[in-house]
Design a protein around this ligand. Structure first.
Ligand code: SF4
Ligand code: SF4
Length: 322
């Protein structure tokens, strides 16, 4: 009997999702021999032509990480969808847009200006910026065209399962692949992670008072955080109330507050949920004092939607430059 075929593909992301597969350590030795990898650009030299030659639906599962930001990524994603029985949005960039989708808060033109012209570390005296096609002597060179907006995977193709996390933990990946091999995957459309908020399982949950009275919001680098006490109880912004559980809270264990990388709990908007949670604990009836307290949130969009703006109620900021 032939082995299930697996494709792993990488769009706009940092590579951490691929790294997390390797982080399965010896567990990968149990699972990998039962699978046939047909695409994994980060690890093996396959060609897209090899995928094109496969019959439609021949790939058992494609694990697609990263947000979609250009024409090449869109083409490959649609090709994998056609050739795959199951498509998994792998990691928070594919699920919710992730950090790359913060680009939706500005225009493509401004992003190019920042990346290629104005950033302090850029040296580009001829002010060259990428173009989609460029004559070079007898040749014509092509680059993928950038999209105006960064998209989640399910904005580009149908997604069967979601595996959130930045990156998903090795345990979550092993569980998903084991369920695939054993035929025990849940109904299509499911998120392959807990559906509770992080606070519920957090090791500091017992130190979270029933009623918090927030008089000041402090940033983690401004204080020496108590290593046992709930961050919110210390006035340090922690995204735990609005973030999906399942990561085994490595940040909290390292005495850092949660920044929300597992994305929202089902049916919620992560930023709106966190703003609602904060609204309930800011302790003042005075408008000026409330303004002063929330001025401690230096980058609201980057704080509340760091990993999920692509899938959020905001989606993207519209301005006159598009
Ligand atoms: S707010 Fe943060 S530290 Fe407090 S219980 Fe929730 S996840 Fe844990
Ligand atoms: S604690 Fe928060 S930021 Fe850290 S890994 Fe878990 S979900 Fe991500």
């Amino acid at each position: 009997m032939s082995k299930p075929k697996v494709a792993v593909s990488w769009n706009s992301s940092c590579g951490g999702c691929d790294e997390s597969i390797v982080d399965m350590e010896e567990k990968i030795l149990d699972i990998a021999p039962k699978l046939e990898f047909v695409l994994w650009p980060c690890a093996m030299d396959f060609k897209y032509q090899d995928i094109e030659k496969l019959a439609d639906g021949d790939i058992t599962v494609s694990l697609i990480n990263g947000a979609i930001q250009n024409s090449e990524q869109e083409h490959v994603v649609k090709l994998l969808r056609k050739k795959s029985n199951i498509v998994v949005a792998f990691g928070s960039c594919a699920c919710f847009g992730g950090i790359p989708s913060l680009a939706n808060l500005t225009s493509l033109q401004r992003m190019f200006e920042s990346s290629y012209l104005s950033s302090p570390t850029v040296v580009n005296e001829e002010e060259i910026t990428p173009v989609a096609d460029c004559p070079d002597g007898a040749y014509q060179l092509f680059l993928p065209e950038m999209h105006r907006s960064v998209s989640t995977l399910d904005m580009i193709c149908k997604v069967d399962y979601y595996l959130p996390g930045c990156p998903p933990t090795a345990k979550m990946i092993a569980n998903a692949l084991t369920a695939l091999l054993e035929g025990t995957l849940p109904a299509k459309g499911s998120i392959l992670a807990s559906d509770k908020a992080l606070c519920i399982s957090c090791i500091r949950n017992e130190t979270k008072p029933d009623s918090i009275e927030l008089k000041e919001i402090k940033r983690i680098h401004e204080v020496i955080a108590d290593p046992e006490l709930c961050f919110l109880a210390q006035g340090i912004l922690c995204m735990g109330p609005a973030t999906r559980d399942g990561c085994e809270y490595p940040c909290i264990k390292g005495n850092m507050p949660c920044t929300g990388c597992m994305g929202p709990v089902s049916g919620t908007d992560q930023g709106a949920k966190m703003i609602g949670s904060l609204g309930g604990i800011i302790s003042s009836d005075n408008t000026d004092e409330i303004k002063s307290i929330i001025s401690g949130i230096v980058d609201p969009a980057g704080t509340f939607y760091r990993y999920s703006i692509g899938a959020s109620l905001l989606g993207r900021k519209r301005n006159k430059n598009g």
